[in-house]
Write a protein that binds this ligand. Sequence first.
Ligand code: NAP
Length: 316
Amino acid sequence: MSSNENAKAVRVLILGSGPTGYSAALYAARAELQPVVLTGLQLGGQAALTYTIENYPGFPEGVGGVQLGELFQKHAEHFGAITEFASANKVDLSSRPFKVEADSGNYLADTLIVGTGASPNHLEIPGEEELTGRGVSYCATCDGWFFKDKKVVIVGGGDSALEEGLFITRYASSVTIIHRREEFRASAILQDRARQHPKVNFILDTIVTEIVGSDKVKTLKLKNVKTNDETALETDGVFIFIGHTPNTQMFAGQLDMDDLGYIKVNDKMETNVPGVFAAGEAADPHFRQVVTSAGMGAAAAIQATRFLEAAESKSS
Ligand code: NAP
């Protein structure tokens, strides 16, 4: 790590600006700990990439993902949280205060709350990387508009695939959902809505083996996993929603994780390093909802506050 000279001393440093990060910031700010939030690359986290969130309590008509993110930020800042538009690049958790190197400078943090969330998985098939941004996308809210009156394919069978597929029907002429099994992971309500939508159709028991196109997506090569039949499907775009991987690589070797990279926490959001807490999708392979991430963020901040109180009463 580079020198600690000019490093900013922070009582509570929060990595991530999604529902986890800003809920933690709200609680830490109200405990008068002047938390600093390093936003990461995506202000508002994954929630900000969702067009409408229909299951966050208090919004019976639904709320825009960006709008909810802005409300979280405003609420935390109202009580004194500080936002820095930067990503952390390196951490040293071997002793307190913890050392964090970020685009915005170095920090010495008395406590650290990891709310770095997760990133979309890739199919890792030929053509995917080359055609990303040219018909291949992982964000319907960001890119749906470009597919006005065009044919779109969605890959995946979870809530994200069906929810985002339904969202794209407002632009696309047709939405074909390709799923590798017959049963869906998605909730019954989304399955019903998708089945009833006149623009949505399904190709099941099928995987995409290649995305073909020179400067933009033209065709998908498909394989039926039951019959091994191979076919081709013309499309203007393909949106991939096949789950997420937690953004925790930076903590490898320092924080205990499971095989998939989720940080291990106890029911107090404590990691194996005293003073370091993790919450939201970086530590949650089970729920991954805006409301659960927000709850975990708040719990982490309450625990960080107690940790600081205990550490200070010991030293006084
Ligand atoms: P997910 O639930 O893990 O679903 C991933 C889907 O992608 C599964 O259908 C999976 O197939 C498929 N898949 C995985 N790897 C694949 C591959 N290599 N090739 C083809 N298909 C592949 O992920 P998610 O939909 O992103 O949802 C993540 C979490 O967020 C979930 O807990 C979900 O409930 C939540 N979420 C909730 C809402 C909401 O409540 N409105 C909206 C979005 C997300 P298999 O089924 O065969 O494994």
